[in-house]
Design a protein around this ligand. Structure first.
Ligand SMILES: Nc1nc2c(ncn2[C@@H]2O[C@H](COP(=O)(O)OP(=O)(O)OP(=O)(O)O)[C@@H](O)[C@H]2O)c(=O)[nH]1
Ligand SMILES: [Mg+2]
Length: 312
């Protein structure tokens, strides 16, 4: 658990540096200077928390300052933490163990080009195999030339089974073949990697609708998950595209990737606030083990607490 928290801290270090830098500047000799709160507000905007959340945090600080002229940094952190906890209530997605025995579960990973779907499909396969699940992956990005090779390298490296076809094949047919293979080989979790697409390209979105419709005839709806893989470094810019994916496909979850190395780690709050779709995992690096189950508590602490020393 502690290692997980450390990972969160490392992942969000850029966002945190930004917040802490400004938190220091609103104090002068341990006294809060309310006129400097604008700087703090700017830091919240820059970290991409969004207007509503940033304003809410600043309003809470102003109110608390009116009631107590002796506010300390720790008090500010507690206030911000409370605001974020309230917003992120219900945001943690948890995939239940598949005990239904009705059908294998299916997890569609969808999203815009380059958001991290293929890497995340591999990381998810690895994660769920470690959990004792019997996983098979469908290489349903038949559009991009190098897609098959990319996922097959991951499959060899991490030891998960893969169903693929040639470049240009019908993606739905590959998904169906994966389902058939899952039934034959008694797999209980199918992960479908899909080609990247822009949310406003209707014919490409329809391809996903068709894939889900065909598989839906065979897989119980309680076993279907459609997760949007969002590039977290895009910040709030990802919101409108996410909304469109949700309208077309009925998303049941999200994974935010590339949150390591971005200073826009607050975007997660803005995106959740807008969409209210549970977040299952965060991508905090390019390696298999860099997929972390989302914990709102660890996320908030990682933004506001000191980074533990390496080796702790
Ligand atoms: N730093 C970092 N890089 C990531 C993460 N997830 C994915 N990447 C990198 O992002 C790039 C794109 O990842 P892919 O998995 O190929 O993305 P994709 O959505 O499958 O791309 P398309 O299939 O072309 O739409 C790769 O270089 C990945 O290594 C992450 O959590 N952190
Ligand atoms: Mg891909």
């Amino acid at each position: 658990m502690f290692n997980l928290f450390k990972k969160f801290c490392q992942g969000f270090s850029k966002t945190k540096q930004q917040l802490f830098g400004k938190l220091g500047s609103i104090f002068h000799f341990d006294k809060l200077h309310p006129e400097n709160l604008e700087m703090m507000e700017e830091a919240l905007y820059a970290a991409d928390f969004g207007v509503e959340t940033s304003e809410e945090i600043i309003a809470q600080i102003r109110q608390a300052h009116r009631e107590n002229r002796n506010l300390q940094k720790q008090d500010i952190i507690v206030l911000a933490t409370h605001v974020l906890q309230k917003i992120l209530q219900g945001s943690e997605g948890r995939l239940p163990a598949n005990t239904s025995h009705i059908s294998p579960e299916i997890l569609y990973l969808v999203g815009t080009n380059g958001s991290g779907k293929t890497t995340t499909a591999a990381k998810c396969a690895y994660y769920f195999q470690q959990q004792g699940r019997k996983v098979i992956v469908g290489a349903c990005d038949t559009f991009r030339m190098a897609a098959n090779e990319q996922i097959s390298i991951w499959s060899q490296r991490l030891g998960f089974e893969l169903v693929s076809s040639q470049h240009g094949a019908d993606a739905t047919a590959v998904a169906y073949d994966t389902y058939k293979a899952a039934c034959h080989r008694q797999k209980d979790l199918i992960i479908i990697d899909t080609a990247g697409r822009l949310h406003n390209k209707d014919h490409l979105m329809q391809e996903l609708v068709k894939m889900k419709r065909v598989l839906h005839k065979h897989i119980d709806s309680s076993c279907e998950y459609t997760w949007l893989v969002v590039d977290g470094s895009l910040g709030a810019n990802a919101i409108s595209s996410a909304q469109q994916f949700h309208t077309m496909l009925g998303l049941s979850g999200m994974i935010m990737t590339k949150l390591d190395g971005t200073s826009r780690g607050g975007a997660l709050v803005g995106i959740y606030r807008q969409l209210h779709i549970p977040i299952y995992f965060l991508g905090l690096g390019e390696q298999a083990e860099d997929l972390q189950p989302f914990s709102s508590e660890d996320y908030i602490r990682a933004l506001w607490e000191d980074v533990p020393e390496a080796g702790d």
